[in-house]
Design a binder for this molecule. Sequence first.
Ligand code: GLA
Length: 726
Amino acid sequence: MAIQYQREKRIFTLHTEHTTYQMKVDDFGFLLHLYYGGKISGDMDYLLTYYDRGFSGNPFDVGSNRTYSMDVQPQEYPGMGTGDFRSSALIIHNTDESDCCDLRYVKHEIKDGKYALEGLPAVYAAQGEAQTLEILLEDPVSKVQVLLLYGVLEKDDIITRSVKIRNCSTGSVTVEKAASACLDFVAGDFDLISFCGRHTMERNLQRREIGYGSYVTGSRRGTSSHQHNPGVILAGRDTTEDYGSCYGVLFVYSGNFMCETEKDQFGQTRVLMGLQSDLFHYPLAPGEALTVPETILSYSGSGLSVLSQQFHQCIRDHICRGKYKSQPRPVLINSWEAAYFDFNGETICRLAQEAAELGIDMVVMDDGWFGKREDDNSGLGDWQVNERKLGCTLGEMVERINGLGVKFGIWIEPEMVSEDSSLYREHPDWALRIPGRKPVRCRNQLVLDFSRKEVRDFIFEKICAVLDQGNIEYVKWDMNRSIADVYSMENSQGKVSYEYVLGVYDFLERLLQKYPDILIEGCSGGGGRFDAGMMYYTPQIWCSDNTDAIDRTRIQYGTSFFYPVSTVGSHVSAVPNHQTGRSVSLCTRGVVAMAGTFGYELDPGKLSDAEKEEIRKQVRQYKEYAPMIQSGKYYRLSNPFEDAYAAWMFVSEGGDRALLNVVMLEIHGNMAVSYVKPRGLKAGCVYEDRADGRRYSGAALMEAGLPMPVAQGEYLAYQIELIVCP
Ligand code: GLA
């Protein structure tokens, strides 16, 4: 049993294969956190200490005991106004105008299977793979009830948390802040690893010491954002890729979020992950409830690689869904960097023809095929095929492409509207905007109010009408701006950001139900909504609008800490690269794009015969490696922000086969040799380099490394396939 309850001591223990999580209901009904870390047995309530702490108040019910204070006790879900002056997981504005929520234990239930969240993405598991613990807490005065949900996936070393807040009083209350998970550590010095960036340079790793006070990251952009990813790692100061303890905290949500880390007066650390409190005042009428999206927790006692692998497996097996969940993804060619808006039906068919000759599976017609859309200033919202531009109907074009043996995919951006569009002229009130103010424009477009069902229904119908026109097997779902004007003509204002995201999820769910065989790739100006919430609907996401292979080594490195390679949209593009002007070899571009779903974003018509031959070889190779790349174990072998090379590897289940990838980032005269150390091999086995037949012991490779050639030229790349010798 993954979840155990000791009745006499009121202790809950959640065990996974290698970890333990423990909490306790104390004599006053407070739910205290006892332990999270490597697997242990026994009761950890001995860790709780009681001293008279000046200026840390004592709950009334503890009487004259001055040693008991919520300001010091580790808690599962701390509310505001209980004498805990650290950051709260929950702030409720009550009917009487007070901001207090004093939560006490009411009851609990242990269930088989993993809980689901209505309208929200969440980890799912088959019967027998997971258990759920529900703990009901209540504020006896305000009658606000909080249901804490814990999901335990024993084999995966995953614990999930979510929260349902219900107003059981007779008056209205407002939720001002709601976290989905709180982790309190009574001791320990930690580093916080977070992933920050910007458009075309997402998820740069930042590692900083958690010092006294608070450090807050998050998003107020309506999406999870390019700027801060909703996943953080708490690592011991000496934790490395293969040594030390670390905790991953990943929010399964695609909108505004807030992650706080706080070191308190006694050096105790609190981590909160949940909804962003800015732009959020969620009113609950009597009987109404709010579900706080899920947080996935995982712990590794043996370094960051194992932690990442645990998240990869969880996302691959328990978040991603649909036909393509564990199937090799189609290798595709996308029209965006090949032609931008400058295409017609012939251009797309020509790309398909080239694709057929190169072994590429699918052609994707990106932005520009609908309404009045010759550039990015108009047309969004008018989801009618521009047949004049295509020179035929969409159905005819898809048929022609399918006739070449190539699949067809299409780009959409359903959440947006251009002011210069029929949709906006007819329904200006469907855009999010604040009455009496001019809206904030971004890429010259506004955002539709997806918190409103009628708006979603209208767009859904239009998009379906397009998808029904032919054999469309892939959709790229884009979202190209941040949301600034948070005001809905229909919804209560403090709800809009949250309801908007639920609206997007609702739309995607309906699309998946109606078209279960369509592969949807998420996108938000590249990786602006690269989160586990979207992965529940879109098993792959365009990782970045930056296709420069060298920048991509860093973007994909940061992305890999939480997200599996099977979710990373990555393409080979033309040189000089359109974002950086840098030129690197086709080989290097191929090696980097293979750490993802793989495809092309260029016009093959502009390539030489030799380059086309190389592409043919790349596609063949990728298809051969795809099972290992998409579901093997992933190891980071260098830090491309610091090291002279970027290196990573994929190891097949069982360790018999591995693919080592290296991109040299520096070149100097009389260059020192780089020895790259593979990991995850079987120490006692001999491996053969498939290209040159040379043999090495697994232990030797992992202990001493493999020397990379010293060769002239910038950004050379190597891909070495190692196979166990019988
Ligand atoms: C975004 C996407 C690109 C492309 C354009 C089209 O920037 O990230 O890949 O689809 O939109 O406008």
